[in-house]
Design a protein. Structure first.
Length: 453
């Protein structure tokens, strides 16, 4: 055997077929998320849906995904990572088919919730499989880089693809397009991915999961429905949601390290700051991605293709900055980088709202650009802070909780900012007020990050 052959055999394999299948999972979920926001206005026109109902089209997915994300990772460890990846991909594909054929807004909301369930199984299993398949640290880092890059690529192509599909084939096409990809991921996983489990005496925290779902659902319901419910009913829902949340915290505290969400992890100020900063970041961002297409298409300012292209500055700037966020954090410090990123996102949202009122398209694009740059600066360091402030055996849980904070912020952002938009009624005024609230929350997140990190 010559030297070249020995080196080739000794070098760990990137396993391109397995990695391609794992990347398909993140692509299908991210493309679906980014294109559905462009479809909400055509969906509303076709199915006769109100703004409140359109909020549920987006938030049914966000809510189920956020509530089941940690359990999805646990199921992968307990019952098989490949199995959960296959089930998640299949559920996502079948639910997307249901979305595409939904005859009413109620059925569309229900099938969107089902896609959230598929994502909650699919994405944690995908990331967990990367850690299992690639034992060599350097190869695993390369695989994770490619996996994350596919996430960014999907974020970039999603709006443009969605704009073309909606313009040429209608809103139902954005759900049809992900079906073959999901089915291919499920079939390919059976051929190219190994099965693995890691029980380690762990068990499913049923009480914690049910209370977590109930509290988040009731609070989301209160926010979304507040635009047309009597004040006393909204207040009762908020009180009920808060009571369920307190009960959830009490149950989890008693379970200690066996809890779905170990409350002890929140004892550190830096971890709490990272969670708050992440939630504030996505509160404004997802609210923007929901309302900007809805308002722009509703007022006839942009076509669906133009709208998809107009979102590119945010997506491309995020992709361009994200790989260098670690270097920026090394130079400026994590606290400064995160605070600056969140503040930039807040300023971007405020600029977007003001320029939308004046119909200054270039200024709108600058606002979206600032939002993308800020998100690229803050996302990586926020996760790094959360993981670095806990013990090594809790690093995976900390990473999962940061993703939960991301999706909870998204869910509440769409709910609250959408409720403001629906309550005020007049599109231009409603949009600027919603963006002012979203930007202010991100500025508050910047302040909290500066004080606590």
């Amino acid at each position: 055997m010559n030297v070249i052959e020995r080196n080739r055999q000794s070098r760990p394999d990137l396993k391109p077929a397995a990695l391609a299948i794992l990347c398909l999972g993140v692509i299908v979920a991210q493309v679906d998320t980014s294109v559905v926001n462009l479809a909400v206005q055509p969906i509303g026109l076709d199915l006769g849906a109100s703004v409140t109902q359109l909020q549920w089209v987006v938030d049914a997915y966000n809510l189920v995904y956020a509530a089941l994300l940690i359990s999805g990772g646990l199921f992968a460890d307990l019952y098989g990572r490949r199995l959960m990846f296959v089930i998640g991909s299949a559920v996502f594909a079948v639910a997307s088919l249901g979305c595409a054929f939904a005859p009413t807004i109620a059925i569309l909301i229900a099938t969107r919730a089902s896609t959230g369930f598929g994502s909650a199984l699919l994405l944690p299993a995908s990331l967990s499989l990367i850690r299992v398949i690639y034992r060599d640290e350097k190869v695993r880092a390369r695989a994770l880089g490619i996996w994350a890059g596919c996430n960014g690529m999907a974020l970039a192509i999603g709006p443009s693809l969605g704009g073309v599909l909606i313009h040429d084939f209608g809103w139902r096409s954005v759900f049809f397009v992900v079906i073959p990809v999901g089915l291919l991921a499920a079939a390919g996983a059976q051929l190219f991915l190994p099965e693995s489990t890691d029980r380690q005496g762990r068990s499913f925290d049923m009480r914690g999961q049910l209370l977590g779902i109930a509290s988040l659902t009731v609070l989301t319901l209160a926010a979304i429905e507040s635009s047309h419910l009597p004040l006393q009913w909204t207040a009762l829902l908020v009180i009920a949601g808060a009571a369920l949340l307190l009960l959830f915290i009490g149950v989890e505290r008693r379970l200690g390290q066996r809890a779905l969400v170990p409350i002890s992890m929140f004892s550190g100020g830096q971890f709490r700051g990272a969670m708050a900063g992440t939630a504030a970041m996505t509160f404004g961002m997802y609210g923007t991605l929901f309302l900007f297409p809805l308002a722009s298409l509703g007022l006839g300012r942009l076509t669906s293709i133009e709208l998809g292209l107009s979102l590119l500055p945010m997506a491309l700037s995020f992709i361009a900055i994200s790989p260098f966020s670690g270097l920026i954090a090394e130079r400026l410090g994590k606290k400064s980088t995160i605070s600056a990123g969140l503040a930039m996102m807040g300023l971007g949202n405020l600029l977007l709202g003001l320029s939308f009122l004046a119909d200054w398209f270039i200024a709108e694009e600058i606002g979206l650009l600032l939002t993308g740059v800020g998100m690229g600066m803050a996302t990586g360091p926020l996760t790094a802070v959360a993981v670095s402030t806990v013990t090594a055996d809790r690093a995976g849980t900390a990473s999962a909780l940061i993703n939960v904070a991301r999706m909870v912020g998204a869910t509440v952002g769409v709910a609250v900012l959408g409720a403001i938009f629906a309550f005020l009624g007049e599109a231009e005024t409603a949009f600027i007020v919603a963006m002012a609230v979203g930007g202010s929350v991100q500025m508050l997140g910047s302040f909290v990050a500066w004080r606590s990190l």
